[in-house]
Design a protein around this ligand. Structure first.
Ligand code: TYD
Ligand code: MG
Length: 466
C-alpha cells in the first residue's frame, strides 16, 4: 500500500508545496499554506489510482452536426439574461458573492420559479438547517412549490440520494465550502475537499444531464474562497455583488462557456426577496442632485444594455503632503491617468488637491468610456461650475489628450433620450450615430475642448500662471 503523503497547499490559490512556508510564492499571500493529506482519491492528482491501460477515443472532424445547447429558462428575466438565455442542461455554474449578499435568496427564488415551470429542482443546503430554509421559502412565497430539500454536506451521500430518484433538472448546492468527500482525507473547507466535492458534482452534471448550481463564498479580496481552481472546473462563473447600505444587487457574468460574459442582471432586495430591475438607469439616477458641481452622468454599456450612472467628484485643497486619491466604483490607475492627462495637456493642476471619486448607487464601472465623464466631473468640481442637468458624457481619453470614440454610441444616446436627457458630449469621431435623434450632440476632439466647455475661463491655463 502506498504510504499516505503529506502536502502543503495554499488555501488561496491552490499551489502545492512539499514543505510548510509562511508565504505562498505563487500568489504572495501570507499564512495561507495548510498541511493536507493528498494521497489517493479525487484531487489526489494523477498516478495515485491503480494503473490502467488507456482506451482509444474517437477522433472527429470539426465540421458536423451541432446541437443548440438545451436550456432551462427560469422566467426571472434578469437571471436568464446573466446566464445567457437560461441555464444549460448538464452544465455547472458557480455563483460567488459576499456572505449575506443574497445568494441563497436568489437561488431559492430561481428554484421556485423553475419548479412552477414544471422543472424538478433539488436544493441541497449545507449551511442552514431545514427549518431555516423553510422559513426563507415561506418569506419568498416559495413554500408551495415542489422544490425538494436536502440538508447534507457529504458528496457521496448527496449523489447516492440523487441516484435513488429521478434525475432532477437542476441541483443547487449551497455552499461548496461546506462540502466534503470521503475520498479526500483533508479537513472540510480545505482546498482539497472543495476541489474533490466540486469535481464529483461537475462529473455528475456532465454524466446525468442535470444542471448544477454551486454557491461559493468570496474572500475579503473578492475571490471565490479557497481555490481559484474551482473557477476552471465549471462552465460558468457568476458573481452576485452589491454595496452595503444599498438595496440593489448585480449578478455579473465573468465566465460563460455557453454565452456572453459581459452581461449583468440587476435586482433589488426587498422584504419579499429579490425584485427584478428592468431599467437600471432609473434606479441609479434616482437620487440625483443635478445642481451641485462635480456630478456628471455617464452613458455606459453593460453587455448589451445601456446603463446611465452618475459620477461624482470632489476636489478640495489638500492639507497633506501627499494628497488623497479615493475611488469607489472605478479604477484607481485609470483615475491617475485622467488626472495626469488633465495636468499635462489641459493645465488643470490637481497635485495639491485631494480627489474623491464616487460612482453613485454603489455601481461599478469597468469601461474606459467613462474617462470623459470622470474628467467632466473633476473639472466641474474644481471650478465650482455645475454641469448642465440634461447632459450625458461618454468617450475614452488617450494619453495624448485626444478623446477617442467608443462602441455603441447610438445605443447610449437612445437610452439617454429615453430618460429625458437632451444633450450629449461625446468624441468627435463617433461613427455609428443615428441620423435622426432628439439629442443635441456636442462633440469634443481633445480633452482641452471639454475643459473649456465645462469651466469656461474659471481655470487658468498653465501658461497664464506666470
Ligand atoms: P442570503 O440569501 O441568506 O445571503 P447569502 O446566501 O448570500 O449569504 O440573504 C441574506 C440577507 O438578505 C439578509 O441580510 C436578509 C436579507 N433578506 C431580505 O432583505 N429580504 C428577504 O426576503 C430575504 C429572504 C432576505
Ligand atoms: Mg446563504
Amino acid at each position: 500500500m502506498a504510504k499516505s503523503k503529506l502536502t502543503f497547499i495554499c488555501q488561496a490559490c491552490g499551489a502545492v508545496y512539499t514543505r510548510w512556508q509562511g508565504k505562498c510564492d505563487a500568489c504572495g499571500e501570507w499564512n495561507t499554506i495548510v498541511e493536507e493529506n493528498a494521497s489517493g482519491g479525487i484531487g489526489g492528482g494523477p498516478q495515485r489510482g491503480a494503473r490502467r491501460k488507456g482506451r482509444p477515443s474517437a477522433l472527429l472532424p470539426l465540421s458536423g452536426e451541432i446541437e443548440e445547447a438545451p436550456r432551462i429558462v427560469s422566467g426571472i428575466g434578469e437571471l436568464d439574461r446573466a446566464t445567457g438565455g437560461g441555464i444549460v442542461r448538464g452544465s455547472a455554474i458557480l455563483i460567488g458573492g459576499d456572505p449575506g449578499i443574497g445568494k441563497s435568496t436568489l437561488l431559492m427564488q430561481a428554484a421556485a420559479a423553475l419548479s412552477r415551470r414544471k422543472s424538478s429542482v433539488v436544493y441541497v443546503s449545507g449551511e442552514e438547517a431545514v427549518a431555516q430554509v423553510r422559513l426563507r421559502a415561506q418569506r419568498l412565497n416559495a413554500a408551495d412549490t415542489d422544490v425538494q430539500l436536502m440538508a447534507e454536506t457529504n458528496v457521496e451521500d448527496i449523489l447516492a440520494t440523487l441516484a435513488e430518484g429521478r434525475r432532477p433538472d437542476l441541483l443547487i448546492i449551497d455552499s461548496i465550502q461546506t462540502l466534503w468527500s470521503d475520498l479526500a482525507e483533508s479537513a472540510p473547507g480545505t482546498v482539497t475537499q472543495v476541489r474533490a466535492g466540486v469535481q464529483a458534482l461537475v462529473k455528475y452534471a456532465k454524466s446525468s444531464g442535470a444542471a448544477v448550481i454551486l454557491v461559493g463564498h468570496v474572500t475579503k479580496d473578492g475571490q471565490i474562497a479557497g481555490p481559484r481552481v474551482v473557477e476552471h472546473m465549471v462552465d460558468a462563473v457568476l458573481y452576485f455583488e452589491g454595496e452595503g447600505g444599498h438595496h440593489f444587487r448585480i449578478l455579473r457574468t465573468v465566465k460563460n462557456r455557453f454565452g456572453p460574459t459581459d452581461e449583468i442582471g440587476v435586482f433589488e432586495m426587498g422584504g419579499e426577496g429579490l425584485r427584478e430591475v428592468g431599467n437600471p438607469s432609473e434606479l441609479f439616477l434616482g437620487e440625483r442632485n443635478a445642481k451641485s458641481p462635480g456630478a456628471a452622468v455617464f452613458a455606459g454599456m453593460e453587455g448589451t444594455r445601456p446603463v446611465l450612472v452618475e459620477i461624482q467628484a470632489l476636489v478640495a485643497p489638500s492639507a497633506l503632503g501627499t494628497p488623497r486619491r479615493a475611488v469607489v466604483g472605478w479604477d484607481q490607475p485609470r483615475l491617475a491617468m485622467v488626472l495626469a492627462v488633465l495636468d499635462a495637456h489641459c493645465g488643470v493642476r490637481l497635485g495639491q488637491h485631494d480627489v474623491y471619486l464616487n460612482v453613485a448607487g454603489g455601481f461599478r464601472i469597468s469601461e474606459p468610456a467613462a474617462d470623459l465623464a470622470v474628467a467632466a466631473a473633476l473639472v466641474s468640481s474644481l471650478s465650482g461650475a455645475p454641469l448642465p442637468a440634461d447632459g450625458v458624457y461618454f468617450g475614452e481619453v488617450s494619453l495624448s489628450g485626444a478623446v477617442r470614440p467608443v462602441a455603441h454610441a447610438a445605443q447610449r444616446l437612445k437610452e439617454a433620450e429615453k430618460l429625458g436627457f437632451s444633450r450629449a458630449v461625446l468624441p468627435a469621431a463617433s461613427s455609428d450615430l443615428p441620423k435622426s435623434h432628439g439629442m443635441r450632440v456636442e462633440d469634443v476632439e481633445a480633452l482641452p475642448d471639454l475643459v473649456a466647455k465645462v469651466a469656461g475661463g474659471a481655470i487658468p491655463r498653465s501658461g497664464d500662471e506666470t
